[in-house]
Ligand binder design. Structure first.
Ligand code: HEM
Length: 224
């Protein structure tokens, strides 16, 4: 008998116990680090967040929003490659954490950076296109977060899937926003563009096969 390959062994894996809890703990760790770093900077005069803690905090939370978006969008390709159907249960958790970090990113900007000065906020929106693009991504993410419950999935049916395709646009806007906000070194936003590109490309053959199957069954139904 031949030995099973690594891929076969991985595919046979069941969901580890407490996997869901592990996902939540891992997604909370950056936040915990952020809180401890701010407390240490304030109380012990350390400089985890450097000389401009507001900017550093904004960047820290923006980075984690993108990382969690990558993790959310990686679920489907991983599920398909490794046949881990159970992985899909954790997509919502990751998506909601991405939304949480995005809201904190926005709050750091709105409350600490522009200090809730609405004229400043609007002026910034008009003057800096990357803020406008980031804001558009945030606005698109709100309906996704609201409709992430099981009840909404059931209620919206196929429209739920259509609506949640917005996550691709959000990821693209997130990368453009990052790209436009950096002054010189574009290596990081470029890396995200490549990662999202690869994750989107993985879906193309499945989408084509799905369309073909749907067209075939429509023809079959027409004949019967
Ligand atoms: C999906 C939406 C968004 C994503 C993924 C995102 C992500 C990021 C990332 C990765 C950075 C750069 C971090 C670094 O340099 O390491 C950043 C910077 C920034 N973002 Fe966002 N962001 C989003 C939405 C927003 C929104 C809604 C606002 C405010 C209205 C905003 C305001 C800013 C600001 C002010 C900076 C700092 C730019 C600078 O260096 O001056 N972002 N964002």
């Amino acid at each position: 008998m031949t030995k099973p390959t690594l891929l076969e062994r991985l595919r046979a894996m069941r969901e580890p116990r407490f996997f869901g809890l592990g996902v939540i703990v891992l997604a909370c760790l950056p936040m915990l680090f952020g809180i401890l770093a701010v407390a240490s900077d304030l109380l012990l005069h350390t400089r985890y967040f450097g000389s401009n803690p507001i900017k550093a905090g904004e960047h820290f939370l923006g980075d984690w929003t993108l990382r969690l978006l990558v993790a959310t969008l990686a679920i489907t390709p991983l599920r398909r490659t490794l046949h881990w159907i159970w992985l899909v249960r954790h997509r919502r958790t990751l998506g909601l954490f991405a939304f949480g970090y995005l809201m904190l990113h926005w709050l750091t900007y709105a409350v600490l950076d522009v200090q809730l000065d609405w004229t400043d906020l609007v002026r910034d929106l008009m003057k800096r296109p990357y803020i406008m693009i980031g804001m558009a991504a945030l606005v698109m993410m709100i309906p996704l977060a609201i409709t992430s419950t099981r009840r909404m999935v059931r209620r919206l049916g196929r429209n739920w899937q259509r609506l949640h395709r917005l996550v691709y646009v959000i990821a693209i806007f997130g990368v453009i926003h990052f790209w436009m906000s950096v002054k010189k070194d574009i290596s990081e936003p470029l890396l995200y563009a490549v990662i999202f590109g690869a994750l989107f490309a993985h879906r193309i053959p499945y989408a084509i096969a799905h369309r073909r199957a749907a067209a075939k069954s429509a023809v079959a139904l027409g004949r019967s």
